[in-house]
Design a protein around this ligand. Structure first.
Ligand code: AMP
Ligand code: TRP
Length: 340
């Protein structure tokens, strides 16, 4: 697998670690799919060695769509286990649950007072959510990006590893901290997105972004049979009807995903282009490789889920470690805004 691309220019060493901080948030959606890993989590792992790194399971954000308390608790734990299984090391980063640091919501309220309503109303994800859950257009959906800005700003983070779908939120985060700094004096740095070389991974339908809500995912830590089924269901080049038709690897999602699971992807693409290989062969090979690549993580995940107290301990320690930093930012903000 090619190494994750940590743009903008990644620096290494103690100086960079001290100077900048990485932060990202992920929804407790239960399953981790291939898009999460190729688009974001690989970079969470890489940035642990370059910066001080903080990763948050955003349960407050999840409440804008998920209203089942038992499910939220279970999915939060599953997400934590998935992240550790995929390479987050509690010794080298801080992993915690958003609601365990309630200062995030206080800062979100304060940020709301510098954010024009028009900014949040025009957010693409708000419009999407209004369409996808018309019976539940709660106010949290509108405030969502303000809370996201607060998540990042409370730790004064500058680098935010995320997929391309988060670009609009990051832009809004910058606008919000700029508005705050303008009104109350320079306080927060402007955060920048850090993308991998796969910032948008398409789902098994081959057209839309891979996403749990669409149901077009490949569940990398799921049972091998499920992964095989999901990969074999992938839509390939829709113009390649017969086995002997030449394929177009540049538009085939299966061929594109091979880039991340072996050095021979150019050969694989050539096989498709010349009809030497069929789509079914190429999918079978991809399924084998994904299953093999994630086998160690799948094992670690099962181990962790067998010891939930270990996961809970990691999350608790993470939130405790962040308390002084969150408190310091809030004290500075209170002072600047005239509170207390
Ligand atoms: P979410 O599950 O929506 O909280 O997403 C977690 C992280 O994975 C975010 O940084 C997303 O941008 C990223 N992500 C989710 N789906 C994809 C995808 N299909 N391609 C690339 N990145 C993704
Ligand atoms: N909105 C992000 C997503 O759906 C999750 C998120 C919440 C986040 N707070 C964040 C991402 C802060 C980066 C930084 O994936």
């Amino acid at each position: 697998m090619p190494t994750p691309v940590a743009t903008p220019s990644a620096r290494s060493g103690a100086a960079a670690r001290a100077a900048e901080r990485a932060f990202s948030g992920i929804q407790p959606s239960g399953i981790v799919h291939l898009g999460n890993d190729l688009g974001a989590i690989r970079n969470y792992v890489a940035l642990q060695d370059q910066f001080e790194a903080i990763y948050c399971i955003v349960d407050y954000h999840a409440l804008t769509s998920l209203h089942d308390p038992d499910l939220l608790r279970r999915w939060t734990r599953e997400m934590a286990a998935s992240l550790v299984a995929l390479g987050l090391d509690p010794e080298r980063c801080t992993l915690f649950v958003q609601s365990h640091r309630p200062e995030h919501t206080e800062l979100a309220w304060l940020f709301a007072t510098v954010t024009p309503v028009s900014w949040v109303e025009r957010t693409p994800t708000y419009k999407e959510k209004k369409a996808s859950q018309p019976e539940d257009v709660n106010h949290g959906l509108l405030t969502y990006p303000i809370l996201q800005a607060a998540d990042i700003a409370i730790y004064k983070a500058t680098r935010v590893p995320v997929g391309r779908d988060q670009d609009a939120h990051l832009e809004l985060s910058r606008e919000i901290v700029r508005a705050f700094n303008h009104r109350y004096g320079e306080t927060f740095p402007e955060p920048q997105a850090v993308h991998t070389d796969a910032p948008t991974v398409l789902g098994t339908d081959g057209v839309r972004k891979m996403s749990k809500s669409i149901g077009n995912t490949i569940e990398i830590l799921g049972p091998p049979d499920l992964i095989r089924k999901q990969v074999m269901s992938m839509v390939t080049d829709t113009l390649r009807i017969k086995r002997t038709d030449p394929g177009r690897p540049e538009v085939c999602n299966v061929c594109q995903l091979h880039r991340f699971f072996g050095d021979d992807y150019l050969e694989i693409q050539d096989g498709e282009r010349t009809a030497r290989t069929g789509c079914v062969d190429t999918k079978r090979l991809l399924a084998d490789r994904i299953i093999r690549h994630y086998a160690p993580a799948r094992e670690r995940y099962a181990d962790l889920m067998a010891h939930p107290e270990e996961i809970d301990g990691i999350l608790e320690a993470g939130a405790d470690r962040l308390k002084p930093m969150a408190a310091a930012t809030m004290a500075e903000v209170h002072e600047k805004m005239g509170l207390r």
